[in-house]
Design a protein around this ligand. Structure first.
Ligand code: ADP
Ligand code: MG
Ligand code: MG
Length: 368
């Protein structure tokens, strides 16, 4: 249920905005949290803007751990940004603690809330041309760069085993064996495709475990609309939506951007002839990412960027197919067969990447 304006107003009395709250409205296109924009009239006649969010506690049970992750990572980035002469209040999120010093508060209904400074004159895009995609890559690359010496192992793993691809593979095999809905026979080709790639499932996780790939602060929701682009300069400004920040390999973050953003079709496109990985978009994103992150990335991590894209796409395809075999109880469907369509687009993308492999490697090498 939506919180009433009265409830929100009473929550806001627990914050000191240095002025009077004069307007509250629902804001943005997020699907996880409930986001509001707060307009405050300042004594000098100007206004200041704030973001109030109700944290989705169905998805995120340990709010305290999640907020600790966000608070320590943003504080760390702020110091870095200030030290290099940037604007720490625009280039990362800034939490406003409640008047009694809490980074989040819980109300009488049991809901948890937080307040961020509103980053003005910046836009979160829902879709992109290759230049905006490139700018989003610069922002995510900058995020890696800023956090490259953060002790990632001290963060809480908000979703344990999130990118444990071998474990995802085992779950897929289980679903095939159990075949609860008798669907396996009709997707033999898709199952074979995944089985053929079983020995690749640990390609990144093994290197991470052996310490050959750096354990990074990862974002885990590297969608285009989780970056703000500066309205004046048109440049990637700030990475937002830090709920799923946790330790892991940056290659899955990079890979997810490619998987979703460089595809020529929707994730659930039934007509596979429309599904490809656009080399132009791959190139634009890789260029932007390496421009800002490259100097913090060891050679092996860069070399494995194509593998990051493929692994992330393979993992998603595997998860969609697993869910289809188990009866669609994890990924919401709006029509019959939607998870199968989703699985098929991902596998098509994997096959397409494999056919473009040497071009992908050349592009990475060129920008490295
Ligand atoms: P969700 O997890 O629901 O996607 P987000 O944290 O991404 O939530 O917030 C939803 C939207 O609110 C964002 O896409 C962005 O448009 C806007 N937003 C969030 N934080 C800020 C901020 N500090 N300044 C300006 N806009 C913001
Ligand atoms: Mg978001
Ligand atoms: Mg989110």
């Amino acid at each position: 249920t939506q919180p009433t304006p009265e409830r929100i107003e009473s929550l806001l009395t627990r914050y000191d905005f240095n002025g009077a709250v004069c307007h509250i409205d629902a804001f943005g296109n997020g699907h996880i949290n409930d986001t509001f924009r707060i307009v405050v009239a300042m004594p000098d006649g100007t206004t200041s803007l704030w973001i109030l969010q109700r944290i989705n506690t169905v998805v995120f049970q340990d709010v305290a751990a999640l907020m600790n992750n966000i608070s320590s990572v943003t504080a760390f980035m702020q110091k870095k940004i200030a030290a290099r002469g940037g604007d720490p209040l625009r280039e990362t999120l800034t939490l406003l603690p409640s008047t009694d010093g809490h980074i989040f508060i819980t109300d009488e209904c049991g809901d948890s809330w937080r307040v961020y400074r509103f980053i003005e004159n910046a836009t979160s895009f829902q879709s992109a041309d290759s230049n905006i995609f490139y700018e989003s890559a610069r922002a995510f690359g900058n995020f890696l760069q800023l956090l490259s010496d953060y002790p990632a192992q001290t963060l809480t793993e908000i979703i344990p085993h999130f990118h444990d691809t071998p474990a995802r593979f085992r779950a897929f095999i289980r679903a095939v064996k159990e075949d609860k809905l008798g669907r396996a026979a009709s997707v033999r080709r898709e199952i074979e495709f995944l089985l053929d790639r079983e020995n690749e499932a640990a390609a990144l996780t093994a290197l991470l475990d052996e310490g050959k790939l750096p354990l990074r602060v990862t974002h885990n929701d590297t969608k285009l609309n989780n970056v703000l682009i500066d309205d004046r300069t048109g440049r990637g400004l700030c990475v937002i939506d830090l709920d799923t920040v946790m330790p892991g390999s940056a290659l899955y973050d990079y890979g997810d951007s490619i998987r979703f953003g460089a595809s020529t079709a929707a994730e659930d496109e039934p007509d596979l002839s429309r599904v490809e990985m656009s080399m132009d978009l791959f190139e634009a994103y890789t260029d932007g990412y390496l421009e800002t992150a490259g100097s913090a990335m060891p050679p092996l991590e860069k070399e494995l960027m194509p593998m990051g894209a493929k692994m992330m796409t393979l993992e998603c395809g595997m998860r969609f197919l697993t869910d289809y075999l188990e009866g669609d109880h994890y990924f919401k469907i709006h029509r019959e067969g939607q998870n199968l369509d989703r699985a098929r687009t991902q596998l098509k993308l994997v096959a397409d990447m494999e056919s473009k492999w040497s071009d992908m490697q050349h592009i990475v090498a060129r920008f490295s």
